[in-house]
Design a binder for this molecule. Structure first.
Ligand code: PEP
Ligand code: MN
Length: 639
């Protein structure tokens, strides 16, 4: 049952409720949600719920209808984020886990670890105990394999996961791995589940070869009832009559499971298909289905692999796959998990929303009101503990970073339909103390948002930013031809405004986070005319905070600005210098220089070459040749 506590419950009352439940034989878990704090109470016992409801500090008691209790969405509405070392799995992230099927030797695991980390994987996998169909096949290196995997994980700063096959290995393995893996063949090995659950450590729970979704969730329940709440589910293909692939990837299980449980679910395209060529398309299908990640087998020399060579990707194929996954992420409203860039001090802090002390958390400025696309971009770029600072204008956000009120700002530079956001380029020009440290991309999906219960025929007025109204014109012409279109300063601000009116004759157009934030309802989703609507943001910092952010990922882009003398071919000379270094230019803009009529500042974005010396050469030649020049930032792009 779920025991919902009153907002104002005292610590003493809370202790009393907890003790009452424990004394009556329940396992009690406290779950702090965005709205309520609840106790989940599960066990073999039954009790009249009214006896609990009558305890001081209890608001109500709700039974859980499903056989799995701790794992059910009824118990916990918010997504569980599983933390494995520095890496997070769940929520709006897509985490890529990769590595060999089995650890074979030092050189093999080190080489694979290096290439997958470089490509963007955040966790290393590798079997040390292999449950093989044939007793004559390679069974794994055992503890020796775990030692090698640990070394590789430490060398390349990645947490590791490996399969546990026997309850007697659990304690030994706990000393090496960051996350246990329970294989498909052991999903219903209940003694193993109990032993692993007792460690309280993260567990990757594969779906059994012919397990129903309910059986799979019951296996998760075993782990949770034994003591861990850090469970990641993994769809890895099920047995069907089909022989063309090793198993049948059940993509539909992903959205089904996400409705039923708060636990994150990932997919394993390697074991699902058994065929190398199928791994990339199925990985994308897994991400498109809404999964929180993939686990992929990669080998430096698949022809010689001791197990699962035919399904293992070459490192170059894996690298291409991560880029494709990254490109897909914004479409499903997620971003690729990276080994975090957050500063260690922020990990301790709590976000503003929880109302807890946030003395040492990172403050991130964005422009707009709560629920704006800019806030979404800012949240995706940092850990949950970051505090969001809503600024009235772009200029306020720049000032917040300059003055130290915020450590970072996340501000739009370009929209695929609306083009460049000139204001931010102009502000960057007058803020030489700030630098670009990263880039984020958000898909702009507009929704018709209303007061709950409103019907289409009730709507007389639609509020949104002029861009929002413009981008949804076809929908408005078709579905609401008679409604008045009212321009507003901000999309999320329009939602806040209609929420305040509480009037069913008005609607707003904005992103879904705004509807959620202001308790409004999404009446129609995805109403923008062109679905290829993305906004790119710069992440800005003062120079002293830039290094730590940049050190987390290899930079692949640079932004520069320069001005040239007023003579024939001056701009062309500079562009030729870029071309001469073999550097690809991805953006060029010119802006008037205030106080210097008819003079222009040029902005360029470049793809950093593999050989960074060529960029350094360009920067020094630019300094000599241009009237003025500045490196605005060297950073990691989203794609
Ligand atoms: C594995 O991940 O190496 C493995 C054996 O997977 P599964 O248990 O899904 O077959
Ligand atoms: Mn395998």
């Amino acid at each position: 049952m779920i025991v919902i506590l009153k907002q104002g419950i005292t610590p003493q009352e809370k202790d009393k409720v907890r003790s009452f439940l424990s004394e009556n034989g329940f396992i009690v878990k406290e779950i702090v949600g965005q709205q309520d704090t609840v106790f989940g109470a599960v066990g073999k016992v039954s009790i009249d719920p009214r006896t609990v409801e009558l305890l001081p500090g209890v608001s109500s008691v709700v039974p859980i209808s499903k056989p799995y209790k701790l794992a059910s969405r009824e118990m916990k509405k918010e997504d569980t984020i599983v933390q494995v070392g520095k890496v997070k799995i769940g929520g709006n992230r897509v985490a890529v886990i990769a590595g060999p099927c089995a650890v074979e030797n030092y050189d093999q695991v080190m080489s694979i670890a290096e290439s997958i980390r470089e490509a963007g994987a955040v966790m290393l996998r590798g079997g040390a105990f292999k449950p093989r169909t044939s007793p004559y096949a390679f069974q794994g290196l055992g503890e020796e394999g775990l030692k090698l995997l640990r070394k590789a994980g430490d060398a390349f700063d990645m947490p590791i996961t490996s399969e546990v096959v026997s309850p007697r290995d659990v304690q030994m393995m706990a000393g090496y791995v960051d996350m246990f893996q329970i294989g498909a063949r052991n999903m219903q090995n209940f003694e193993l589940l109990k032993e692993v659950g007792k460690t309280g450590m993260p567990v990757l729970l594969k779906r059994g070869l012919s397990a129903t979704i309910e059986e799979w969730l019951m296996a998760a329940e075993y782990l949770m009832a034994s003591g861990t709440d850090q469970v990641v589910l993994c769809e890895r293909g099920i047995r069907t009559f089909e022989k063309a692939t090793r198993n049948t990837l059940d993509c539909s299980a992903i959205p089904v499971v996400q409705k039923l449980t708060h636990l994150p679910v990932i997919g394993d395209p390697s074991h699902a298909t058994g065929i190398r060529d199928m791994v990339a398309p199925m990985s994308l299908a897994i991400v498109a289905s809404g999964a929180s990640g993939v686990i992929v087998e990669v080998h430096n020399c698949p022809e010689k692999a001791l197990s699962d060579g035919p399904q293992s990707l070459y490192p170059s194929q894996f690298s291409k796959l991560v880029r494709d996954i990254q490109a897909l992420c914004p479409v499903v409203g997620k971003s690729l998990e990276k080994i975090p860039r957050v500063l260690p001090e922020s990990m301790k802090a709590r976000s503003e929303e929880t109302g807890k002390a946030a003395t040492d958390s990172i403050v991130v400025a964005f422009q707009g009101v709560r629920g704006a696309f800019s806030e979404l971009a800012a949240r995706r770029s940092f850990d949950e503990s970051a505090q969001m600072l809503a600024c009235h204008s772009f200029s306020d956000a720049f000032d917040a970073v300059s003055s130290g009120k915020a450590k970072y700002a996340v501000l739009p530079v370009e929209n695929t339909l609306g083009g460049t956001v000139y204001d931010n380029l102009d502000l960057l020009a007058i803020h030489p103390e700030l630098t670009v440290v990263g880039e984020q991309q958000v898909r702009v999906m507009h929704n018709l948002i209303v007061v709950p219960g409103t019907r289409m025929e009730d709507i007389r007025k639609v509020y949104s930013h002029p861009q929002g109204l413009q981008q949804c014109r076809a929908f408005l012409d078709r579905e609401l031809p008679d409604a008045e279109r009212v321009p507003f300063f901000d999309t999320a601000g329009a939602v806040e405004y209609i929420a305040g009116l509480g009037d069913k004759s008005v609607a707003a157009i904005a992103g879904s986070p705004a509807a959620h934030y202001y308790g409004m309802e999404v009446l129609r989703q995805g109403i923008e005319t062109d679905a290829s609507n993305y906004t790119r943001f710069y992440i800005l910092a003062r120079e002293e905070n830039a290094a730590v952010f940049r050190s987390q990922a290899k930079p692949d882009k640079a932004a520069l600005s320069f001005s040239v003398s007023d003579e024939p071919g001056a701009l062309m000379d500079i562009l030729k210098m870029i071309a001469d270094e073999g550097i690809n230019m991805t953006k060029l803009e010119s802006r008037p220089i205030p106080g210097k009529p008819w003079e222009y500042l040029f902005f360029v974005e470049l793809q950093l070459p593999e050989d960074i010396a060529r960029f350094d050469e360009l920067a020094s030649r630019l300094k000599e040749k241009a009237v003025s020049s500045r490196i605005l930032g060297v950073y990691t792009s989203v794609i």
